[in-house]
Ligand binder design. Structure first.
Ligand code: URA
Length: 681
């Protein structure tokens, strides 16, 4: 007989918390959230000042599903619906869930909480009918019950992914504030949609007058369609915004007459380039590419909320929906209104409203983030990123590089030939064709015919033959090395073909990229296709194959502009020098000063007794090994990267640190600094 775990808590609670279903501990103790998830929940509630004892706590389903897996009780597939399941809220569910839903409704009716907290996707669905907890978390919604619902991440999920804890705590903080009043205080937005010509010009001129009196912050956001600017949203505070439509579904020639559009775009340019105007944007490098391409100017960008978030919390998400969920007083996920806008079913006003919401939310995030950066003392970091790096980097994106079309065509043929040769080589040595792109054929060959032990992908748990797995196989079975190298070259040739030869150029024959200065958490840039979907990553362009292989030099495809020269400026052994000086390793420093061949000396440490010749295999591996070790790579990780055994790798690291104890000390010093101050100088 299934054991039912009833709800618990005071009947006059202002906060009602809904989980999914009880687990083993809850079943034993007869109370919801008494196991590990419950402990975490209690801690998080207390952190934001909510007393657990003052909350009414319940679950969507009052009995424990088999193996604690709710999917056994809520059928997500369309087919094979188990006998006895009942349709509830658009899904087929076990009778225990149907009963739980009815009980939940009755509990909410009885307790009459001011706010209901939905923990996880099942509770979100049960209370609102919505799907996708990561999308909706932190939103202030109305539930089916007519009461305020705030969904957040389930504590069990936080125990698996610790970074999400702060996000969940933020939603609980919001719930605490919202518990004061039963109604939702939706901000009183004043959005101008479908404006007349007069209304646009009047507003733009008012803003121009304001700018002429002193600094004026204006949040700007564009929506684009088919490579064109569909509308421009402007917000001058957290509530007021104007959407200037340009494209219009109802009038294919555009929202305005030609002359009206000309006047409006001219006034807009006067405003956005006014010296006192301080444009605030979110990922404005994208918008800037459109302004430059279609209108030939760049708005006076002052602040970018994406860069602000990056400087405040590197490595944490920085999309507008995410940062709004953290910083806006009122937040309700709205991004689907723009992303999924379908002109066949929804009036364009919905897109224009979305555009205004983006603009006001950006404005509010900017104001809050300014304070966050101040309190974290990151203003100087942000100032450098935004006010020194942004403009020259954008200039590089807009300028692009000329590509040699003939060389590109030639390279395509070369790649084809090289791949055909490899295919023939596979036939010669295997006695049958091999397509390295076919997972099935690769698995049959390595795990079937060659009987190798399967290497599993640690995320999916499935057998894999990705590049890393292949390298591991070659380390374990050296006879496979030539085949593994040929397969990895073949794959690289394919990547060259799809990445560089097929990279779409701009109509002027140049290739452009979008550099993102708010890229990875290490503060390097990321580089991807430009705002028009052309070009690509221009940061990792392979040069001549230094390891003596046959891979082509892709850098040859790029041409300098007339009167210019392309230089390859790469400080010799820069990384190793920085490490020597940072670690204050006197011996290494002296070697650099004397111009000694440091890499040869390093290679001798892992290949003791071997004569190291410059640019030999051992030299290259030694260089890679020491570089990795200096950057705290593990012996195991380096073994697969360098094609040596784990034992050799461990021995190499021990020897290296014995010879250079100062580097080890430097590692310890930096980790301690990071752990205690989150800052490194
Ligand atoms: N998880 C839930 O969703 N509910 C509980 O009661 C315990 C764990």
């Amino acid at each position: 007989m299934a054991i039912k775990v009833p709800a618990s808590g005071p009947l006059n609670a202002k906060i009602l918390i809904v989980g999914e279903a009880p687990g083993v501990t809850e079943e034993k103790l007869g109370q919801p959230f008494t196991g590990v998830s419950g402990e975490e929940l209690t801690k998080m509630l207390h952190e934001v000042g909510i007393l657990r004892s003052e909350c009414f706590i319940t679950n969507v389903c009052k009995v424990r599903p088999p193996s604690n897996d709710i999917d056994a009780f809520i059928w997500t597939k369309k087919k094979d619906i188990p006998v006895g399941f009942i349709k509830c809220l658009g899904k087929w569910v076990h009778p225990a869930v149907a009963e739980g839903l009815a009980e939940l409704d009755a509990e909410i009716d009885r307790v009459k909480p001011t706010v209901v907290i939905a923990l996880g996707g099942t509770a979100l669905w049960a209370l609102t009918g919505e799907e996708g907890i990561m999308k909706w978390r932190g939103s202030i919604l109305y539930g089916r019950c007519g009461r305020k619902v705030i969904p957040t991440i389930h504590p069990a999920m936080i125990l698996r992914q610790w970074d999400w804890r702060a996000i969940a705590v933020r939603a609980l903080q919001r719930a605490k504030g919202e518990a004061e009043l039963p109604e939702i205080r939706i901000p009183k937005y004043s959005f101008t949609l479908r404006p007349s010509y007069q209304a646009v010009q009047t507003r733009l001129n008012q803003l121009l007058v304001a700018a002429s009196r002193g600094p004026l912050y204006l949040s700007v956001d564009i929506e684009t369609r088919a490579g064109f600017i569909a509308c421009v949203g402007l917000a001058w505070n957290r509530l007021e915004a104007l959407c200037i439509p340009l494209m219009c579904i109802e009038r294919l020639e555009g929202y305005w007459s030609e002359i009206e559009e000309e006047h409006i775009t001219r006034t807009l340019q006067a405003l956005l380039t006014h010296p006192n105007l301080k444009v605030i944007g979110q990922n404005f490098a994208y918008d800037s590419q459109y302004f430059a391409h279609h209108w030939g100017y760049l708005p006076n960008l002052s602040d970018d909320t994406m860069v602000m978030q990056h400087c405040a919390f590197p490595g944490i998400r920085k999309g507008l929906d995410f940062i709004s969920s953290m910083y806006c007083k009122f937040y309700r996920y709205w991004k689907d209104e723009g992303k999924n806008w379908d002109p066949r079913t929804t009036p364009e006003d919905s897109l224009w409203n979305y555009n205004c919401l983006d603009a006001v939310n950006t404005f509010e995030c900017f104001e809050v983030l300014s304070g966050v950066l101040r309190s974290l003392k990151r203003e100087s970091v942000y100032d450098f990123q935004m006010h020194e790096l942004h403009a020259p980097v954008l200039k590089m994106c807009l300028r692009g590089v000329l590509m040699d079309k003939n060389a590109k065509g030639k390279l395509s043929l070369e790649l084809f030939d090289a791949m055909a040769k490899s295919e023939q080589w596979f036939i010669d040595i295997l006695g049958q064709p091999l397509n390295p792109r076919s997972t099935k054929q690769m698995k049959e060959l390595f795990y079937g015919d060659f009987n190798q032990k399967e290497i599993l992908n640690y995320k999916t748990g499935n057998a894999t033959l990705n590049d890393e797995a292949l390298q591991k196989l070659a380390v374990k079975e050296p006879l496979l090395r030539p085949l593994v190298d040929a397969i990895s070259d073949y794959r690289t040739l394919g990547v060259f073909q799809s990445t560089f030869v097929e990279m779409p150029l701009d109509p002027d024959g140049r290739v452009r990229t979008s550099f993102n200065i708010a890229g990875p958490e290490t503060f390097r840039f990321s580089s991807s296709e430009n705002a028009f979907g052309r070009g690509g990553n221009l940061q990792n362009i392979p040069g001549a194959d230094k390891e003596g292989g046959n891979l082509p030099n892709i850098r040859r495809l790029f041409l300098p502009d007339y009167g210019y020269t392309i230089i390859d400026a790469d400080l010799s052994k820069a990384d190793a020098q920085v490490v020597a000086w940072e670690a204050d390793d006197k011996e290494l420093m002296q070697m650099f000063r004397e111009g000694a061949d440091v890499h040869s000396e390093s290679a001798k440490i892992i290949f003791p007794g071997k004569k190291i010749i410059k640019d030999s295999y051992e030299y290259a591996i030694g260089k890679r090994f020491i570089h990795g070790t200096n950057y705290v790579a593990t012996a195991r990780g380096l073994a697969s990267k360098c094609g040596i055994t784990v034992h050799e790798s461990e021995r190499g690291q021990t020897r290296w640190f014995q010879a250079h104890p100062k580097i080890k000390e430097w590692h310890t010093r930096i980790s301690l600094q990071l752990q205690t101050t989150r800052t490194v100088y």
